[in-house]
Design a protein around this ligand. Structure first.
Ligand code: ADP
Ligand code: ASP
Ligand code: MG
Length: 811
């Protein structure tokens, strides 16, 4: 025999009830069908009784809602001939209910006994009309599910229940329908219930007593998922769970099944299958005692959480080594009927923290203050207090037992994402690690854990991109193009969650559609500023997030510190931060290291050329950088390769700007400022403490051209043309070329114009290319040489892209 339980949504629509008929009808074995109340009805019953007993006439509207929910179903399910009779049976119960509500309204009170009666109507009505629709016998669970009272709660009396179930089902027909959730008191026979979500439990009790072949829980999801699908959109169905795993998960808020459901099935070794009424052919989740084979499954099976957590802490040096403190804590709480779901005590014993539901927190503190009144007066215990607005998260899996490093990975992941762990606990059974955090970090915590334990088929990086000029725009194009490939080949999902230019910003935590983003940014974007951008990013509090700066703005660069402090990695094409004061540069680098995140700026020097990474690799492997000589300005190299008898200096500068090699203001390049910034960054990465002011300058454009406005500059610069051409033709006749060279030797830095002969490696440097020669202890006689495009939007964007991808590898 099978026991099949259909939940609220499964009995909530005409179509789904037709599906139930098909499912039950196609069963070969005898079936006990347990049904919940129609979805939303239990909530409405509670709401209506609250309103009525508070003397609020609005209860009538809610009562009508209950009526009409049922009317719609009856009209859809029954033909004209049968409708009247069924409607009459349902109306009779609804009328009784209406009278009870009226009574509540008049006396303005609702005892727990009346409350239990009111909520029983949900299942009484649903089971009645479903039995009529299936044309099978209806049983009333109150006849055999018997409860007794403990700490004000109704607990199943298994002995009485067992006897009566056997009696009731001794000669039951092949198919029966029973309303779940409801029960009655052994002592008084009054209507009671098994608690919210209790229909699952009714079904489990029946399955155990009747030794069913299987207990099927039919609901509105495909099975037990790796996390609540309403929070984690890439959660997926877990094929198999052990009873222990299922228990751990549902006990911690995975609402798929009511936690007490597992035990009766476990006790009699009856497998449970979770099935979806709305997708009946999917195989669902199978719960049994089968242990996962070694290496067969993931180290953790699922994540669950409860948000209404309070942590009660009992603190005092006088507790250390004293026997019986914990005994008294739990005794006092148990006496008050307060359930404790997590305990955390450091081995120093001077604090014990316990997790309780928020609704119990006040009472728990009161009870404990009374229990330890004497100790508090004596100063042995100095504090008992509650922290509220917390959430508890548990990771679950029997395979954790065999896998070292799970806790390390869990807390490492949380730390890198700036999620503070307030308390944690792991039982010696090692099937569950739980921790408490702030409720506003819950979503983020669930996401990072899901992501980092590879529960997801892919990893996610959430990007905020600012600056959509040539580099930023090109980067977005590359991301758009690569997204499918990265997902398919590397299991990496690049989610662009924010795009901002100087005026406008758009955000979407689920990822922005990159097709046509410019138009949407312009039309739908909110007005932004660096401060607002920072606020939005923090407000979103999204996991694995990376801030990508493709601007040249000092204001944006000034946000890095704050972002890194909040565990957002930074990838900068912008050179301002890394070339600002040495202290500031070190502060950002150290901050990133401390937080376990990244601050990357490979494209600050040589665009997409792997220069900074190479220097880092050399140093990490024990080499020492002695000397660097480089052409680092694409713009200047372009200018010196372009000027000729026909193209004067001023024209070549204009051409560099038009080809978008130069900074928006080309004076930054001509004044050597851009090269100085790059050289300073290189020297620092090579291990030398250098400031921009330390760099010796040998410039070719006199200072006076940099004094006025940009317009003045364009107006005046042609003054240099004739003199420069004279010098150039001499140089040409000597078969030499000009290169603007940056040099660092043992920490001493200089930039300046240098004449190079044909035998010099810099002589043939074409177009806007860059070159660097790195002399190290190991590359001493023949320096290492890196050469290639040193400017341009697409190579720079590719370098930024590479930095972003490298962040995906930090786990
Ligand atoms: P029913 O009315 O059928 O008893 P419930 O609403 O009680 O259904 O339980 C099913 C719901 O549980 C799902 O719709 C889903 O939102 C929620 N849920 C929470 N955690 C999980 C999880 N880990 N896996 C599947 N569902 C979950
Ligand atoms: N109808 C009850 C509730 O909503 C029991 C159940 O659905 O399992 O809590
Ligand atoms: Mg349920």
């Amino acid at each position: 025999m099978k026991v099949m339980k259909f939940g609220g949504t499964s009995v909530g629509s005409v179509n789904s009830i037709f599906t139930i008929k098909q499912i039950v009808g196609s069963e070969k074995e005898p079936v006990v069908v347990v049904v919940s109340a129609v979805s939303g009805v239990t909530d409405l019953l509670i709401k209506t009784s609250k309103l009525a007993s508070a003397g609020d006439m609005a209860y009538l509207k809610e009562y009508q809602e209950i009526r009409s929910k049922h009317d719609i179903l009856l009209n859809g399910l029954f033909s004209d001939e049968t409708l009247a009779a069924v409607q009459c049976g349902v109306d009779q119960m609804l009328d009784e209910l209406g009278n009870i509500f009226k009574g509540l309204y008049l006396i303005q009170d609702c005892s727990s006994k009346t409350y239990d009666t009111v909520v029983s109507y949900g299942e009484r009505i649903s089971s009645y009309f479903i039995s009529k629709f299936l044309e099978v016998t209806l049983f009333d669970a109150r006849d055999f599910i018997k409860t007794e009272e403990q700490h004000g709660k109704h607990i199943v009396n298994f002995k009485q229940t067992g006897l009566r179930v056997h009696e009731a089902f001794a000669s039951a027909p092949d198919v029966t329908v029973i309303g779940g959730f409801i029960s009655s008191s052994v002592a008084t026979g009054e209507t009671t219930n098994l608690g919210r979500g209790g229909s699952d439990y009714t079904a489990a009790i029946l399955a155990a007593e009747l030794e069913a072949s299987i207990l099927e829980i039919w609901t509105d999801v495909d099975g037990f998922m790796t996390a609540d699908p309403k929070v984690i959109n890439n959660a997926y169905v877990i094929e198999k769970l052990t009873y222990v795993e299922a228990m751990e998960l549902c006990n911690f808020g995975a609402k798929v099944i009511f936690p007490p459901t597992i035990f009766p099935a476990f006790h009699k070794n009856i497998p449970i299958r979770i099935k979806n009424t709305f997708n009946p052919y999917s195989s669902g989740t199978y719960i049994s005692s089968d242990k996962p084979a070694n290496g067969e499954s993931k180290s953790i099976k699922g994540i669950s959480s409860i948000s209404d957590t309070s942590l009660i802490t009992i603190q005092g040096l006088g507790m250390v080594g004293v026997i019986g403190v914990n005994y008294r804590i739990f005794k006092a709480l148990a006496k008050a009927g307060i359930s404790v779901f997590m305990v955390s005590q450091a081995s120093s014993e001077n604090t014990t923290s316990i997790g309780v539901r928020s609704a119990d927190a006040k009472a728990a503190v009161k009870v404990l203050l009374e229990e330890f009144k004497l100790e508090i007066e004596m100063g042995e215990i100095n504090k008992i207090f509650a922290e509220n607005d917390l959430a508890t998260v548990a990771i679950v899996g029997e395979n954790m037992k065999r896998t070292p490093g799970i806790a390390g990975k869990l807390f490492g992941t949380l730390g890198r994402n700036g999620i503070n762990v307030i308390a944690c606990a792991q039982g010696a059974s090692e099937t569950n690690i739980s921790f408490v955090t702030n409720v506003n970090s819950l979503r983020k915590a669930l996401n990072v854990i899901h992501d980092s334990f590879f529960l997801s088929d892919y990893q996610v990086l959430n990007l905020f991109l600012t600056g959509i000029g040539t580099v930023g725009g090109s980067l977005l194009d590359q991301i758009k193009q690569q997204q499918p490939l990265l997902m398919a080949q590397n299991g990496l999902k690049l989610n662009v969650v924010g795009i901002a230019d100087i005026n406008k910003a758009i955000f979407d935590r689920d990822g922005l559609e990159l097709e046509g983003y410019q138009e949407r940014l312009y039309k739908e974007g909110i007005h932004t500023s660096p401060a607002l951008l920072k606020e939005e990013i923090l407000k979103m509090n999204i996991f694995n997030s990376v801030f990508v700066d493709c601007t040249a703005s000092a204001e944006i660069a000034s946000l890095y510190k704050y972002l890194l402090e909040h565990n957002v990695s930074v990838v900068a094409a912008n050179k301002i931060a890394a070339s600002s004061s040495y202290n500031k540069y070190m502060e950002l680098k150290n901050l990133a290291r401390k937080k376990g995140i990244k601050f990357l700026f490979e494209t600050n020097v040589g665009a997409g050329l792997p220069i900074i990474n190479t220097i880092n690799n050399l140093i990490n492997s024990g080499d020492r950088i002695l000397k660097m000589e480089a052409v680092l300005s694409g713009t200047l190299n372009f200018i010196f390769n372009t000027i000729s008898a026909d193209i004067p200096l001023s024209r070549s500068i204009k051409m560099a700007q038009e080809a978008r090699y130069s900074e928006p203001d080309p004076r930054i390049d001509l004044s050597g400022k851009d090269v100085i910034r790059k050289l300073v960054i290189l020297a620092r990465e090579a291990g030398y403490q250098v400031e921009q002011e330390d760099v010796i300058k040998n410039l070719f454009v006199p200072d006076k051209f940099f004094k006025g406005s940009l317009d003045d500059f364009w107006a005046d610069i042609s003054e240099m043309d004739s003199d420069f051409e004279a010098r150039r033709s001499v140089l040409e006749s000597q078969l030499k070329r000009w290169r603007f060279v940056a040099k660092m030797e043992n920490g001493v830095c200089s930039v300046g114009l240098q004449e190079v002969t044909a035998s010099h490696p810099f002589y043939d440097l074409e177009g806007s290319n860059n070159i660097i020669l790195i002399t190290t202890e190991r590359y001493l006689q023949y320096p290492m040489m890196i050469k290639g495009y040193g400017a341009g939007a697409s190579v720079t964007a590719a370098g930024v892209f590479a930095d972003i991808i490298s962040i995906a590898n930090i786990r």
